[in-house]
Design a protein around this ligand. Structure first.
Ligand code: NAD
Length: 280
């Protein structure tokens, strides 16, 4: 039976460490890390995420500013807020909650954020510099996955690592970050042929496809480390990951549950990026 990676506990550990560092920063240098969150429209899932981020900021002793704008806001209004925040010395991180309403181009909005304040790590400057090794910030979910592997003492170097999913926010940045840590990487996607032949090679298998329980026991190598990024809301209201947990956990050496695995790490890493932004 696999060891279950406790993302809830690790994320709380990380958040406690950040709180201590923030207190120290305030005492020694008089700096309070500040995060601004821009929410456009009334998407209910986004509302929940933004609330969680604000609460996490408060708990860590950060300054938290929120901008709630109606769904029919035009791009210019958002740019004006971002440009102001780019110059605001009390704000170190700026986050635009996605998805945005249709009339707004998310790429231009993300590009308007100062890369030093892009604590989501989505700005092309930061994504590009992931390749060369000196991005200001890395994407939060991939960073959270690395943090989980490190805190469980799971070696990455030289490991045959397969990622299912090639999105710009998870699969692609994660591949680069693992490559930097000397893993051998394969990225799979919807056009990958013989998916299970590829996933079966993985010593570390990361599922980030958004397809409920698509990774079955017979797709996993014995003793693989299995990281499930998927968060899928089922018809019955329950959450499911991308991994069929009950069968895969019998074969894996380590596995993340859903919920309580990768999910809670994302906010912890957002706080970490904001703290680091305050130090730039
Ligand atoms: P996305 O839809 O942008 O990308 C999914 C990727 O998976 C695509 O590249 C697609 O080619 C691939 N894919 C989909 N079905 C596949 C299949 N059957 N076989 C092979 N490849 C397949 O999704 P995303 O934004 O990267 O998110 C992926 C999942 O991770 C979602 O469930 C999302 O909710 C979850 N997620 C969780 C967190 C978190 O834990 N904090 C953060 C981001 C995303």
């Amino acid at each position: 039976m696999a060891i279950i990676i406790d993302g809830k506990k690790i994320s709380q550990d990380v958040r406690n460490e950040i709180k201590e560092k923030a207190l120290h920063l305030k005492e020694v240098r008089g700096i309070i890390p500040g995060l601004a969150v821009i929410l456009v429209g009334d998407d209910s899932a986004s509302e929940i995420y933004v609330k969680r981020k604000e609460n996490a900021c408060r708990e860590a002793g950060f300054l938290s500013k929120e901008f709630r704008l109606p769904a029919d806001t035009d791009e210019k209004e958002i740019f004006d807020i971002i440009y102001k925040l780019n110059r605001d010395e009390t704000i170190h991180g700026i986050l635009v909650q996605l998805p945005l309403p249709k009339q707004i181009n998310p790429e231009s909005v993300i590009e308007a954020v100062d890369p030093k304040k892009d604590v989501d790590g989505f700005h092309p400057y930061n994504l590009g510099h992931l390749f060369t090794g000196d991005a200001f910030h890395n994407s939060c979910t991939p960073s959270g996955i690395l943090e989980l592997l490190d805190r469980y003492g799971i070696e990455i170097k030289g490991k045959e690592t397969v990622i299912v999913g090639r999105s710009n926010i998870v699969g692609k940045p994660l591949a680069m970050m693992l490559l930097k840590r000397h893993a051998t990487i394969t990225i799979c996607h919807t056009r990958t042929k013989n998916l299970s032949e590829v996933t079966k090679r993985a010593e570390i298998l990361i599922a980030a496809a958004g397809s409920p329980e698509m990774i079955k026991g017979n797709m996993v190598r014995q003793d693989a480390v299995v990281i499930d990024v998927g968060i899928n809301r089922l018809g019955n209201g329950k959450l499911a990951g991308d991994v069929a947990f009950s069968e895969v956990s019998k074969k894996a050496s380590y596995i993340t549950p859903v919920p309580g695995g990768v999910g809670p790490m994302t906010i912890a890493m957002l706080l970490m990026n904001t703290l680091n932004a305050a130090l730039i």
